[in-house]
Design a protein around this ligand. Structure first.
Ligand code: GLA
Length: 352
């Protein structure tokens, strides 16, 4: 049979500037693409297998194309290939393929390494098969792989961000209808991403528990769009403590996202910082998704001069994001890391 040409694709990691756990509660999010990212090369093969190799994992995986998820690092790849087969994106999704990954997105840091891998595989198969499918559809397909194949009950933010976001801008995304627009990042400030040193995995159960608590609040109020409720109504509701607090976070977080977007569009960095700081307090006290070492890192980031800082991503570990003036960025970073030996610099989203 004739030699088949490899297809390549790229997907960035992402940091969410504000809007946490709003993406499955009818709300807005504001993620930005990072410079860390991954490239994949996908070569069709004919033995009905998926072979996966990555610079981040010592062992390559060779699996039957219809294999179920088994906890291996290659699960997102196999799941994406099966989704592509279902959609008829490419012949290689049926015949088999070799996928080589080169990534510098840290795994388990909450920077969407899994979403990036799935989106990149789907895009490579789309290009291999010459299929017409929009990036928004690819994002939805990628979410299905997370929800159904990997059994991770996530929202749509990560997939939309890694499928569509461009460096230098943030994406104001309404997760109800996926309408989105680009918002310029602050000119003389950087959105710095620091790893807290606490690793996390979405599949560890606490994300699902939070989602169930939000579902209980949705059932109580008879709406899927928790974020759109009036905080006063939620505050007064006769609802168990946990769902009430989660819903209160969602309604107030929605308002903070809108305030942050307005602040970025009018160049008001201080107002952006206030929204970020308040978001952290809400994640800590209402959504209860932070941990003491993360609170301490956020506090130091602000004490050392960030205009705002907050936990970012699914929570219970992972990264913080801090808005820091470019002029003092280096000294700020040194002072923060000196006080938090377990923390580490990952990347920064900056205006281009
Ligand atoms: C994870 C999920 C997203 C989103 C965030 C929290 O990153 O994958 O869908 O829910 O957590 O905002």
């Amino acid at each position: 049979m004739p030699e088949r040409k490899p297809a390549t694709s790229h997907a960035p990691g992402r940091v969410n500037l504000i809007g946490e756990h709003t993406d499955y509660n009818g709300g807005m999010v504001l993620p930005a693409a990072l410079s860390v990212g991954l490239e994949i090369t996908l070569t069709p093969r004919d033995d009905g297998r998926v072979e996966a190799m990555s610079n981040q994992f010592d062992t390559a995986s060779v699996r039957p194309i219809d294999d179920g998820a088994n906890g291996d690092w290659s699960d997102p790849i196999v799941g994406a290939v099966q989704e592509a087969a279902r959609l008829g994106l490419s012949e290689a999704a049926h015949s088999g393929c070799t996928v080589e990954v080169h990534s510098d997105i840290p795994v388990g840091a909450g920077l969407s390494s899994s979403a990036a891998l799935i989106v990149a595989v789907l895009k490579a198969l789309r290009s291999d098969g010459g299929a017409e499918r929009s990036d928004v559809d690819i994002a939805k397909d990628a979410r299905r792989v997370e929800n159904d194949y990997l059994d991770v009950p996530c929202g749509i933010m990560d997939q939309m961000a890694v499928a569509l976001a461009r460096p230098g801008t943030a994406m104001a995304l309404d997760t109800r209808d996926l309408s989105h627009r680009l918002v310029q990042l602050p000119r003389d400030h950087a959105m710095v991403v620091l790893h807290s040193g606490v690793t996390r995995k979405l599949t560890e159960g606490r994300y699902a528990e939070r989602k169930e608590e939000c579902d209980a609040a949705k059932a109580h109020f008879g709406t899927d769009d928790l974020c759109l409720l009036d905080p006063d109504v939620v505050q007064e509701a006769e609802l168990a403590d946990a769902p009430r607090k989660r819903a209160l976070h969602c309604t107030t977080e929605q308002r903070r996202v809108l305030a942050a977007i307005a602040a970025m569009e009018s160049g008001n960095v201080e107002a952006l910082g206030v929204a970020m700081n308040e978001s952290h307090v809400s994640m800590r006290d209402l959504f209860e998704m932070s941990l003491p070492p993360i609170d301490a890192l956020v506090a130091t980031a602000v004490a050392e001069g960030a205009v705002g800082a907050r936990l970012t991503g699914g929570g219970f570990g992972g990264c913080i994001v801090a808005c820091v003036a470019e002029s003092g960025r280096e000294g700020w970073l040194e002072r923060v890391l000196a006080q938090h030996p377990d923390a580490g610099y990952i990347d920064a989203a900056v205006a281009t």
